[in-house]
Design a protein around this ligand. Structure first.
Ligand code: ZN
Length: 253
């Protein structure tokens, strides 16, 4: 059971049980969410029987369990390498950023102009522009949670809502969403639900960003819709606009 402290340290979000009975078998380690069995050979009587091992693997696969087998000697020797292998098996698929497209800066400039409307309304200046695959503006949105008494009235949400109304379809396949600040958890979720094809953001949000900074909802998707994305387009301009807004607000207090 040398693996136990390593599992606890490296995979703290997984609840493993040691030496647990699972159906007709006793497994070295069992986790139910995600369904995973780690078997250390030599741990259990009956390991020597190849037929019994095959039956066990078949049964586990039928129950939806991922079974990872390791040699007992290897675990004794180098538990760190074993837990590395387990972590690699469990890694969610990455969705790395794509290269910026030639028109990205032009659309981001428009999103920055839209963000000014939020600032004029006394809202944090964030702007979003939703563009179709043919390069037409489908909708714009700017931050309005204070004005609308609506915590969900972020620039992205309003652009998605208006875009859906125009298409009479909540699915916005083929569209690109430009937004001046990295989307939050709510907006990243809505972007996935709306099946937006591509997301381009300007400034990173180190406090609440959910694309690839604080959370990585878009960059490491656990859902099956993958959004192509890139960040940092006109980042300096967008960050300067946000800084100026907060500075002005502090000065006026
Ligand atoms: Zn948001």
């Amino acid at each position: 059971m040398r693996l136990w402290p390593w599992l606890r340290r490296r995979l703290p979000s997984l609840r493993f049980r040691r030496d647990d009975v699972l159906g007709p078998y006793r497994a070295s380690y069992v986790c139910h969410a995600p369904p995973l069995v780690i078997d250390i050979e030599g741990d259990r009587p009956g390991d020597v029987d190849a037929d019994a091992r095959a039956a066990r693997s078949e049964w586990l696969a039928g129950q939806g369990y991922l079974q990872l087998c390791f040699d007992g000697a290897q675990v004794l020797d180098d538990p760190e390498a074993v837990v590395d292998a387990i972590a690699a098996e469990l890694a969610w698929p990455d969705n790395p950023p794509c290269a910026p497209q030639p028109d990205d800066e032009r659309w981001m400039r428009q999103a920055l102009a839209v963000a000014e409307r939020a600032a004029q309304a006394g809202e944090v200046p964030v702007g979003a522009v939703l563009v179709t695959a043919d390069g037409e503006v489908l909708a714009e949105g700017w931050n309005l949670p204070i004005s609308l008494h609506d915590a969900s009235a972020h620039a992205e949400m309003l652009a998605l809502r208006r875009g859906g109304e125009r298409l009479a379809n909540y699915r916005l396949a083929g569209t690109t969403l430009y937004v001046t600040l990295e989307p939050c958890l709510m907006c990243a979720g809505a972007i996935i639900h709306a099946r937006v094809s591509r997301l381009v953001y300007a400034a990173r949000d180190d406090k609440a960003g959910a694309v690839d900074s604080v959370y990585d909802v878009i960059a490491r998707p656990r859902l099956n819709h993958r959004v192509q994305w890139c960040g940092g387009v006109l980042e300096a301009e967008a960050a300067a606009m946000l800084r100026a807004f907060f500075q002005q607000r502090r000065d006026s207090r």
